[in-house]
Design a protein around this ligand. Structure first.
Ligand code: GRF
Length: 219
C-alpha cells in the first residue's frame, strides 16, 4: 500500500490535526502526515504536532509582502517534502486561485456545518439562530469559492433545545474528529474520488458509509 505524503495546514489549536495524526499512525492508513504548517507562529497546534512526532513549522503570513509571496513559501515547504495531498484543518487564510489551481483536487478542508448551509464563520451561532434541528460537519475538496467543492463526507449531530454555541460547537467538533480521519482515508486511498464536481465511491467503500454518520445525542 502506498501512503500519500500529506501536509496539514493549521492556524490554531489543531484538534482536528491531532485526530488526523493519530489516525495516520496506523501503518495501514493511506496517508502519511509529513509536516504541519501554521501561518501563526503562536498556534498551539504546532507544539501538539511536535509532541506527536510530526515536523511542524510556522510560516507567518505577516512576514510576506503579498498573499502570493506567502503562498510561495508554503508551496516551497510542501515541494521540499514531496507533499501530494494537503489537509486544511482550521487554517484561517483564504487561499488564492493560483495556489488552489496548483493543488487541484489534492486539497481538502473540514467545515463545521452541513454544507452548503452556513458557509463562512460563526456557523454555530447562525445554526442556532435559524432553528435547524440537525447540525454537523463536512469534509470537502477545496474550490476557490469559500467553503465549496465536492463533498467527501458529512457527519450529522442533533441540535438540542438547550444548546448554547459552546455546547453545539463541542458536539460538532467531536463529530469532526471522527469524520476527518475517515474522509482522509477514503480520499487518500482513492476509494472516494472526484467525478465532475461530485465524489464517487469505488472498491469496498460503500456509498452509504461515508455519507452520513448518525451520532448519539450525547448528554
Ligand atoms: C474546526 O471547527 C474546523 O471545522 C474549522 O476550524 C476549527 C478548527 O479547530 N475549519 P481545530 O484547530 O482543529 O481544533
Amino acid at each position: 500500500m502506498t501512503r500519500r505524503p500529506t501536509a496539514i495546514l493549521i492556524s490554531g489549536r489543531g484538534s482536528n490535526m491531532v485526530s488526523l495524526i493519530a489516525a495516520a499512525m496506523r501503518p495501514d492508513f493511506p496517508a502519511e502526515i509529513r509536516v504541519v504548517i501554521s501561518n501563526r507562529p503562536d498556534a498551539a497546534g504546532l507544539e501538539r504536532a511536535r509532541t506527536a512526532g510530526v515536523e511542524a513549522i510556522a510560516i507567518d503570513h505577516k512576514d510576506y509582502a503579498s498573499k502570493e509571496d506567502f503562498e510561495g513559501a508554503v508551496q516551497a515547504a510542501l515541494d521540499e517534502r514531496g507533499i501530494q495531498l494537503v489537509c486544511l484543518a482550521g487554517f484561517m487564510r483564504i487561499l488564492t486561485d493560483g495556489f488552489l489551481r496548483r493543488w487541484g483536487n489534492n486539497i481538502i478542508n473540514i467545515h463545521p456545518s452541513l454544507l452548503p448551509a452556513f458557509k463562512g464563520l460563526d456557523t454555530h451561532h447562525r445554526a442556532l439562530e435559524s432553528g435547524v434541528r440537525i447540525a454537523g460537519c463536512t469534509v470537502h475538496v477545496v474550490r476557490p469559492e469559500m467553503d465549496s467543492g465536492p463533498i467527501i463526507a458529512q457527519a450529522a449531530v442533533p441540535v438540542l433545545p438547550d444548546d448554547s454555541e459552546d455546547t453545539l460547537a463541542a458536539r460538532v467538533l467531536d463529530a469532526e474528529h471522527q469524520l476527518y480521519p475517515r474522509a482522509l482515508a477514503l480520499y487518500a486511498s482513492g476509494k472516494a474520488r472526484v467525478s465532475g464536481e461530485r465524489i464517487i465511491f469505488e472498491g469496498d467503500a460503500k456509498s452509504s458509509d461515508p455519507a452520513i454518520y448518525s451520532l448519539p445525542a450525547g448528554d
